[in-house]
Design a protein around this ligand. Structure first.
Ligand code: BEZ
Length: 484
């Protein structure tokens, strides 16, 4: 619980209570008096109406203790059970944790209990890391967290002059669990900032929750085009890429290399589909086209039948989006089938980033497009790689860079408001204005909240994705549908 400064005289509170299948929203205005605090005016019930309270709560914080009574005919208390509910007084610079004694309120209601946001100027900043720590993208999640923490450590463990406190959720790259997972961070842990995630489908749910709850969201990987397209918002910013960006650049490169008939093979979800769309758009610029799109469900790795089909069709090239453990298996299977000798395999850099030790000979010589290359010989990248290796005894990859830059963008925003998260408009605006001095090279953020950045053509040599050329300079996502 944190509280800074005296509360304003009049506070608005929004409480959502679920009780079994019945739920009811109570919007109340709370008069903040000294001690005892509390007394409300339920939104849909008339003020002053005397109805039996279904629950009593103790409001704690800033030295005051008071009782808040919530009235509802819809909610039946049963056996007493204490459930902490975060009750946010908007307009206040504080969050107060309430304990509701109400048997019918369980975890679901806890997650549905409704904070708007109210954020403080002092105390630790609460960062909610929602990342995959298990499954095919686990290594990506860990690299992002490492990168984020590295920048924070380089700032003496503080951002905007404030300590940092981490809250973590393993999202398992499972969109069906995404809303519950993000609500654990927003409503249970009351994080100030959400950072996540890797998987586009999960990130779409995070973006919706961030919008619904007006929570600041920084996306350190997931490229779902819609997040900086129709779903764009001032509180959402990405430090990675849109799925369209590296796909489009690879299409341009493939066209320059004479590809006329390409096939695509990817996981069947937003990232794969959008990456392929970008590739087709880039390729069509030079008259090439995608003759057949193949796919399989995420995170399946049974590629054999699809590789047989590619062998039969004999396209000029194959373009594939896979990442993490799935990319390791795919690149090895492609080579084991002998296809890499006759049909070049292209992709966004995720196909070979953070995977090369496991892919070994199968990946050598592969060309991919991405906004990072391991051997960028700049002081910024060299220092980053040295510090990362020292801290984690491992080499960084693009995911680590994106996590690092997520912390950099947040740090820049917080600096602009002296760590005062209640200055949200200024904070969001400052985060968009920053020119990020990234290990990938400097980049800016578009009005839609997506990096405007160079996309490199890279070639696999040993365990590195080495820079070959700039495929497309300062590429900006088209941000179709964004109205910012
Ligand atoms: C995505 O789902 O957006 C994604 C996952 C892994 C790497 C790149 C993109």
């Amino acid at each position: 619980m944190c509280f800074a400064g005296p509360p304003p005289a009049r506070l608005k509170a929004k409480v959502v209570v679920h009780a079994g299948p019945v739920y009811r929203k109570l919007r109340s205005t709370v008069e903040n008096t000294p001690v005892p605090l509390g007394i409300y005016e339920p939104g849909r019930l008339r003020a002053g109406r005397r109805e039996p309270p279904f629950t009593k709560t103790r409001l704690r914080g800033h030295g005051a203790e008071g009782t808040l009574r919530l009235l509802s005919n819809d909610v039946q208390p049963s056996s007493a059970q204490h459930v902490p509910i975060t009750f946010i007084l908007s307009g206040a610079r504080s969050m107060h944790t309430l304990r509701l004694a109400c048997g019918a309120i369980g975890v679901a209601s806890l997650l549905a209990a409704a904070p708007a946001f109210a954020q403080s100027a002092t105390g630790p900043i609460k960062i909610g890391l929602m990342l995959p720590y298990s499954g095919t993208f686990a290594a990506l999640g860990n690299a992002i967290e490492n990168g984020f923490r590295l920048h924070v450590q380089e700032q003496g463990g503080k951002l905007g002059g404030r300590e940092v406190q981490y809250f973590k959720v393993d999202d398992e790259s499972d969109p069906s669990k995404a809303t519950d997972n993000v609500n654990k961070l927003i409503k249970r842990d009351n994080v100030d900032v959400l950072v996540g995630t890797v998987h586009s489908g999960v990130a779409l749910a995070m973006a919706k929750a961030a919008k619904d709850n007006n929570t600041l969201l920084i996306i350190p990987n997931a490229g779902a085009d819609a997040i900086t397209g129709p779903m764009c918002g001032p509180n959402i910013i990405r430090t990675s890429f849109s799925n369209w960006q590296p796909g489009y650049a690879m299409g341009v490169v493939a066209g320059q290399r004479g590809v006329k008939r390409a096939m695509t093979l990817t996981w069947n979800y937003a990232a794969g589909a959008e990456s392929v769309k970008g590739f087709a758009e880039g390729l069509e610029k030079s008259g090439g086209k995608v003759i057949k799109e193949l796919n399989l469900p995420f995170p399946n790795v049974e590629f054999q039948a699809l590789l047989t089909e590619i062998a039969a069709q004999k396209p000029d090239a194959v373009y594939s989006f896979f990442a993490g453990g799935g990319a390791v298996k795919f690149v090895k299977d492609y080579a084991a089938a002998g296809l890499n000798k006759t049909i070049p395999l292209y992709g966004p850099g995720f196909l070979t980033d953070g995977t090369l030790e496991a892919q070994g000979a199968a990946a050598q010589g592969m060309l991919t497009t991405l906004h990072y290359a391991d051997n960028l010989d700049t002081p910024r990248n060299n220092t980053f790689r040295k510090n990362y290796a020292l801290a984690y005894k491992a080499q960084p990859d693009v995911y680590a860079v994106q996590g690092y830059d997520a912390a950099q963008v947040l740090a820049a925003g917080l600096k602009a408001v002296n760590g005062d998260l209640s200055k949200r408009d200024q904070l969001s605006a400052a985060m968009r204005k920053v020119t990020v001095d990234s290990p990938r090279g400097k980049f800016t953020i578009s009005p839609a909240g997506n990096p405007v950045q160079d996309i490199f053509l890279r070639e696999v040599k040993g365990n590195n994705n080495e820079f070959r050329s700039v495929a497309v300079k300062a590429l900006s996502d088209p941000a179709r549908g964004c109205r910012l």
